[in-house]
Design a binder for this molecule. Structure first.
Ligand code: 3SL
Length: 237
């Protein structure tokens, strides 16, 4: 194996500063897009087509796909599914191909689509992800979806957690790796408390979506890792 490097991009506005094309990119949107995608794969959804815009999602829906659409935390009117991991714990969705658009997560995935490989990361699959990444002979970029271009705490904590798990196998590049790792170490014993005043937790609480928060912060619920293949997320085998 070559001497592998790891970088962290803390917001989509910084993405242009990073080389991503020859790397494995791990996109994360802890609340809640990549947590939903992980859950969907774990529950046997066949594929998820992530699209950046509501218009593209309407096209997928018109082609007969079951679709999920979220903006500002809420389900977009006219779509069947919202962006809650609990909505994917549904046996009727087993084997289905689903189209999804979310405020930040699907945009981050489409931005990194020309990378060597794109994976969806969450606390729900963090150990499976770390174990897999240790076996891959490529440099890595953890890409935090943030909120409308801004930094967010939950994605940063995930980046730090994963970076710390890879510290023996990968060399840290920019200070975002160190900063996110230090931050995670400070609060790892109580992520919910650390995030209680964060903007998206407050937003979800205002919308009465509290139960998703605790679930999305649960570590190692699943082994499933979503990987982007020909524009669709499927289960990494
Ligand atoms: O921004 C996103 O991609 C969503 O995950 C936001 S929400 O948690 O559904 O509000």
């Amino acid at each position: 194996m070559h001497n592998r490097k790891l970088d962290v991009c803390l917001s989509p506005e910084l993405f242009h500063l990073y080389d991503h094309k020859d790397r494995v990119v791990i996109v994360t949107d802890i609340l809640r897009a990549t947590s939903c995608m992980t859950t969907a794969m774990a529950y046997g959804v066949n594929s998820i087509t992530p699209v950046a815009t509501v218009e593209e999602c309407i096209e997928l829906q018109n082609s007969g796909m079951i679709c999920a659409a979220e903006r500002g935390g809420e389900k977009v009117e006219g779509f069947e599914l919202d962006n809650s991991p609990y909505s994917y714990m549904n046996p009727d969705l087993r084997g289905q191909d689903i189209g999804v658009t979310t405020t930040n997560g699907t945009m981050a995935i489409t931005k990194s689509a020309d990378a060597l490989q794109v994976l969806a990361g969450s606390f729900l699959n963090i150990s499976a992800l770390a174990d897999y990444l240790k076996t891959v002979d490529s440099d890595l970029l953890i890409f935090c979806a943030g909120w409308k271009g801004k930094f967010n705490l939950e994605d940063t904590l995930f980046a730090g957690a994963l970076a710390n798990m890879l510290s023996d196998s990968h060399e840290a590049e920019c200070d975002a790796v160190l900063a996110s790792g230090m931050l995670y170490d400070q609060v790892k014993d109580d992520l919910q408390n650390a995030l209680k005043d964060s903007s998206h937790v407050q937003r979800l609480k205002r919308l009465n979506i509290d139960k998703d928060i605790a679930f999305c912060l649960t570590r190692d619920e699943y082994q499933a890792i979503p990987v982007l293949k020909d524009g669709k997320l499927v289960l990494l085998k």
